[in-house]
Design a protein around this ligand. Structure first.
Ligand code: NAG
Ligand code: NAG
Ligand code: NAG
Length: 429
């Protein structure tokens, strides 16, 4: 059907070049105007003269804008597309229109929009996208729009906006963001602060309001009470870590990631072992240590790495295969924080190598476990802040732990890497 119509237009063009059949083309004040409004169109008709500067397709039934939709009219300065049924604007539909100054996409059904196309529209002064179904705007969507004066995003489905979204819009004087279902959480507090301080006119401030949380429903952003918000911080500790702990083969290593932050951060573990990298979104087990329902099946129902909701990571049967770097990453709306520990397992007489590539040997000094490092490597970053070396000392059932404060006393020749806690455990195997 559509193909037939296109064919008709193409034939028609052969006879009368200059304006698509359903449209009116005219010149006014040196502008070449193509008026295709109110025509029941379901596609952008072909056959425009290349010098069209203003194209109106308002009040039609366009369902979307495909790539290259305006390939014939690359000199467009004004494009009116309000009151259509557009759901999707494809990548490459708008990007070629580098001369565009005014774009009206309001009163459509757009939920899928090629934001990257805006990066090429650096001449744009007016952008109307109000009354659509936009639920997300990438942080860098407006990064090239240095000439934009008016931006209308009201009556959409925006729950949040990333901090700095409007920062590149240095020419902006008018911004409409009212009537969006904003989630008034820590991630949106910047908008209140920004809106109060900016010289940009933001009309209908009482309708720039929260839909959630429930207690704040209907509260204008400008009258929001201060919320307790803080970026995450983490502190990673480990057990066993005390003098006198006795380790046996297959002991349980416990790492604990103490997390602070408001709202409560999401915790994630990244474990790099010689066998590969394991990523875990915490928790992956219930309070009893069994895999959560819906998680990938594991033998016996007990995962090899058990990440508990309280921030603890249990590694039952810690062995050579579990050596490596353990990192916990906490993320909330305000940022993220990470801490890592390198864990290496040493056996008496054999020596070993830790995750930083340091070779070490175990030895006994005054009846206690100790080690020497062959090739000291500087830690590459703060994430390499802790190294634990488990050292098994034959014939000595008493475990010893050496913190870096006391290590020198036990092993005078030991070279310690700055800012590292080196732990030495000895045990009877
Ligand atoms: C656009 O091109 C047509 C011929 O294709 C010409 O008649 C018209 O004057 C041009 N309009 C402008 C504004 O230059
Ligand atoms: C961006 O616009 C320019 C004209 O200003 C055009 O030559 C170029 O092809 C456009 N880029 C893309 C990716 O369409
Ligand atoms: C977290 O929960 C696990 C399992 O209940 C427990 O073994 C561990 O000690 C807890 N960690 C802390 C810091 O309370």
């Amino acid at each position: 059907m559509l193909g037939l119509r296109l064919l008709c237009w193409a034939l028609f063009l052969g006879l009368a070049r200059g304006c698509p059949e359903p449209c009116d083309c005219s010149q006014k004040y040196g502008f070449q105007i193509a008026d295709c409004a109110y025509r029941d169109l379901e596609a952008v008709p072909p056959g425009f003269p290349a010098n069209v500067t203003t194209l109106s397709l308002s009040v039609n039934r366009l369902p979307g804008l495909p790539q290259g939709a305006f390939g014939e009219v690359l000199l467009l300065q004004s494009l009116w597309l309000a009151h259509n049924e557009i759901r999707k604007v494809a990548v490459g539909a708008l990007a070629p229109l580098g001369h565009l100054k005014s774009l009206d996409l309001s009163h459509n059904l757009i939920s899928d929009f090629a934001w990257s196309d805006l990066h090429n529209l650096s001449a744009l002064q007016l952008l109307k996208m109000d009354s659509n179904e936009l639920s997300f705007i990438p942080r860098d969507a407006f990064r090239s729009l240095r000439a934009l004066r008016s931006l209308q995003l009201n009556h959409n489905r925006l729950h949040t906006l990333a901090e700095g979204t409007f920062a590149p819009l240095t020419a902006l004087s008018h911004l409409q963001i009212n009537d969006n279902p904003f989630d008034c959480n820590c991630g949106l507090m910047w908008l209140k602060t920004w809106a109060l301080a900016t010289a940009v006119s933001i009309p209908e401030q009482d309708n720039v309001a929260c839909i959630s949380p429930h207690v704040l429903k209907g509260t204008p952003l400008s009258r929001l009470p201060p919320l307790p918000c803080s970026a995450p911080s983490v502190h990673l500790s480990h057990q066993p870590n005390q003098d006198g702990a006795e380790l046996r083969p297959g002991f349980v290593l416990v790492l604990h990631c103490a997390v602070d932050g408001q709202p409560a951060p999401q915790l994630h573990w990244n474990i790099q072992t010689p066998g590969g990298t394991v990523e875990i979104s915490s928790p992956n087990v219930g309070p009893d240590g069994r895999a959560l329902p819906g998680a990938p099946a594991v033998p016996g129902g007990w995962p090899r790495f058990q990440a508990f909701a309280n921030g603890s990571l249990l590694i039952p049967n810690f062995g050579k295969l579990e050596e490596g770097t353990y990192s916990c990453l906490a993320t909330n709306e305000l940022g993220s924080a990470k801490s890592s520990v390198n864990v290496a397992l040493a056996t008496m007489g054999e020596g070993g190598e830790d995750a930083l590539g340091r070779r070490f040997h175990g030895k006994a000094v005054e009846g206690k476990g100790c080690y020497t490092v062959d090739n000291e490597v500087q830690p590459s970053g703060p994430e390499d802040n802790v190294v634990i070396i488990y050292f098994t000392l034959d014939g000595n059932p008493k475990a010893a732990v050496v913190g870096n404060r006391v290590a020198g006393q036990w092993c005078p020749g030991l070279i310690l890497v700055l800012a590292q806690i080196l732990l030495l455990l000895s045990t009877h195997f």
